[in-house]
Design a protein around this ligand. Structure first.
Ligand SMILES: Nc1ncnc2c1ncn2[C@@H]1O[C@H](COP(=O)(O)OP(=O)(O)O)[C@@H](O)[C@H]1O
Ligand SMILES: [Mg+2]
Length: 276
């Protein structure tokens, strides 16, 4: 039978420099095709967890299984495993500057596609398709460092999406972006998500959650998972969100509670204006 469990993490712990604890006993199971939002206050361990899922950090203890197989640092010594894993799992870092290293935007996309050993015409087709999805067609000749933050983010995402990984990890994709840029990004992510891939998005931006996920995993200040469930359930629980520093208390009294409601909550017909 085909294994539909992408990740299974059991009691993982991770500390930076052996001293600064960032994950303290995380258990998480991710099924194929799930759309998960990983939310939590600053410093709760979201980025660290994403780096573990990306096979870039390895926990001090506990186990990480990827499609039923142990994912360890040594696993990557085998070139075939390394190549296979890197083509199946794509990560978009919060800071695009660490992602972009080529001397032009089109090379950023072509680089990854060349790694996949695609035929030239397939490379050209994907370049066109993803440049169009991310609206970067007019930037292809530019040096990535000559772009605005929003443009860099679009290029970084395009370069990852173009490889069509089965699993996409997005670290705070909309942080620092203006509303229109965020809006476009979320639309592009949703469109890509329809291909059926597994997507895990970290965010502090609670109102993008219903658009990128149907399951929410919440990291607490004690650096482990404090809740895991359906987005619409968790987003309704204002007291819980406030306790975990995900919404501000005045969201209760404000008429603005629509912000923390799921985007398409069936029992509400108010319009959700995501532009403010
Ligand atoms: N490079 C680092 N060196 C030491 N501690 C770090 C480093 N990066 C993150 N941490 C610590 O690890 C914890 C989790 O951080 P992080 O995963 O970045 O959280 P989040 O993404 O939820 O804000 C925090 O306590 C943070 O201070
Ligand atoms: Mg982070």
């Amino acid at each position: 039978m085909e294994n539909n469990t992408v990740y299974e993490l059991s009691d993982i712990r991770y500390s930076y420099a052996g001293r600064f604890e960032a994950l303290k006993g995380v258990n998480l199971k991710v099924g194929r095709g799930e759309k998960i939002a990983l939310i939590g206050a600053n410093g709760s361990g979201k980025s660290t967890l994403l780096l573990v899922l990306a096979g870039l950090f390895f926990p001090d203890s506990g186990s990480v299984k990827f499609f039923g197989e142990d994912l360890r640092e040594e696993s990557f010594d085998a070139p075939l495993f390394q190549k296979n894993f890197r083509s199946r799992v794509g990560i978009v870092f919060q800071n695009s500057d660490v992602q972009l290293f080529n001397s032009s935007v089109d090379d950023e996309l072509i680089f990854g596609l060349t790694q996949l050993e695609l035929a030239e015409e397939d490379i050209a087709r994907r370049l066109k398709e993803y440049a169009s999805l991310m609206e970067i067609g007019h930037l292809l000749e530019r040096h990535p460092q000559q772009l605005s933050i929003g443009e860099k983010k679009r290029v970084a995402i395009a370069s990852v999406f173009a490889m069509e990984p089965e699993i996409i990890l997005l670290d705070e994709p909309t942080s620092g972006l203006d509303p229109r840029t965020s809006r476009h990004l979320i639309d592009a992510i949703s469109k890509f998500a329809q291909k059926g891939c597994t997507i895990i998005t970290t965010t502090q931006d609670i109102h993008i959650v219903p658009e990128v996920a149907d399951r929410v995993v919440v990291m607490g200040e004690d650096k482990c998972i404090v809740r895991d469930g359906r987005a619409e359930e968790i987003l309704k629980d204002l007291a819980f969100l406030e306790t975990h520093n995900l919404i501000h208390s005045h969201a209760h009294t404000h008429k603005d509670i629509a912000h923390v409601h799921p985007h398409e909550h069936p029992s509400h017909d108010h319009t959700h204006d995501l532009t403010h």
